[in-house]
Design a protein around this ligand. Structure first.
Ligand SMILES: O=C(O)CCC(=O)C(=O)O
Ligand SMILES: [Fe+2]
Length: 318
């Protein structure tokens, strides 16, 4: 594992290559990175460059629409989980000032007979940008596939069956979120683009985090910029995986800072994929992660109940 970058990096092709020793080495690299840093840059992640370029293109077209058009896609009953959420709605847990962002969320499409389909509201179709929905759908499936491999590696690292997570994430409640941080026009009073927080879900896959601004809090309490190369995506541990592993894998605090004044006029876009399991997955700490030196830290809870609690804390759910 090279360390010239601020976060460790891994090559997903090692895991999928069919070569047992490369695969085993990948499992160790990923596991160690998640124990120590909580973030990795992943190369050969399986999401085609052209698809990522298309995603950004349509996302920019959407956010460039007139405000009134975007507001029509904001549906308060859905707690931001589908469609548009306007500027100033979401704040980090424990902070009052809202983040300086607007976003659009795209969720699961159940294509088999799974009764879980009833739990999911339909996605919001953007009429003005017809390619938006098909592109989001394709990217969603791509991130699910890459995320499944990464969770298989994590399962092996934790001594679980390689396919431990497969069924739990099939038709899971994952969210593809497109974020726009608009140009800054006046000295912000207290808010920054995204205040420090930890992600709620199992793992987050982030394309485009290479744009300046994303920082992680290291063990010495220093903010470290995340630098990833264009062909890499950044993948971090969220609170659900931290909880399942009784804090063995780290859900690292991160934030998005405002650019220097000379860049205030620029927008920033990012598109995280928050990989969630089905709501009935139990997040009870794994027995293998509870020891005399690491006593049990959390009560049993399901992923669905945990998500509800967190959406209330960040102002999305009443
Ligand atoms: O914009 C980014 O690069 C990261 C955003 C983020 O951390 C989040 O939405 O949870
Ligand atoms: Fe985040």
């Amino acid at each position: 594992m090279a360390t010239q970058q601020s976060i460790p990096f891994v090559d997903l092709a090692d895991f999928t290559s069919g070569n047992a020793s490369l695969k085993a080495a990948f499992v160790q690299q990923l596991g160690k990175a998640y124990e120590e840093v909580g973030f990795v840059a992943v190369k050969n992640h399986g999401i085609p460059d052209a698809l990522i370029a298309d995603l950004y293109k349509y996302v920019q077209q959407f956010f460039a629409l007139p405000s009134a058009t975007k507001y029509a896609y904001e549906i308060p009953e859905l707690a931001g989980q589908r469609g548009y959420t306007s500027f100033g709605k979401e704040h980090a847990k424990g902070y009052d000032a809202p983040d300086l962002k607007e976003f659009f969320q795209f969720g699961q499409t159940v294509e088999d007979k799974d009764a879980i389909a009833e739990e999911y509201p339909p996605n919001v179709q953007v009429k003005e940008v017809p390619a938006f929905t098909p592109t989001f759908f394709e990217a969603y499936r791509g991130f699910e596939k890459s995320g499944k491999y990464l969770l298989q590696a994590i399962a092996l690292y934790l001594g679980l069956d390689e396919h431990y997570f497969d069924e739990k994430i099939h038709n899971g409640n994952s969210i593809l979120r497109a974020i726009h941080y608009p140009p800054i026009t006046q000295e912000p009073k207290s808010a920054i683009r995204a205040e420090q927080h930890e992600d709620i879900n199992l793992i987050t896959l982030l394309v485009g985090a290479s744009a300046d601004g994303l920082q992680i809090l290291d063990k010495q309490n220093n903010w470290v910029p995340v630098t990833s190369l264009p062909e890499q995506i950044v993948v971090n541990v969220g609170d659900m995986l931290q909880r399942l592993t009784n804090n063995r894998l780290k859900s690292t605090t991160h934030r998005v800072v405002n650019p220097p004044r000379e860049k205030w006029h620029t927008s920033r876009y990012s598109i995280p994929f928050f990989l969630h399991p089905k709501s009935n997955m139990k997040l009870d700490c794994l027995e293998s992660c509870v020891t005399a030196t690491h006593p049990l830290q959390y009560e049993p809870i399901t992923a669905g109940a945990y998500l509800d609690e967190r959406l209330r804390e960040i102002g999305l759910k009443k």
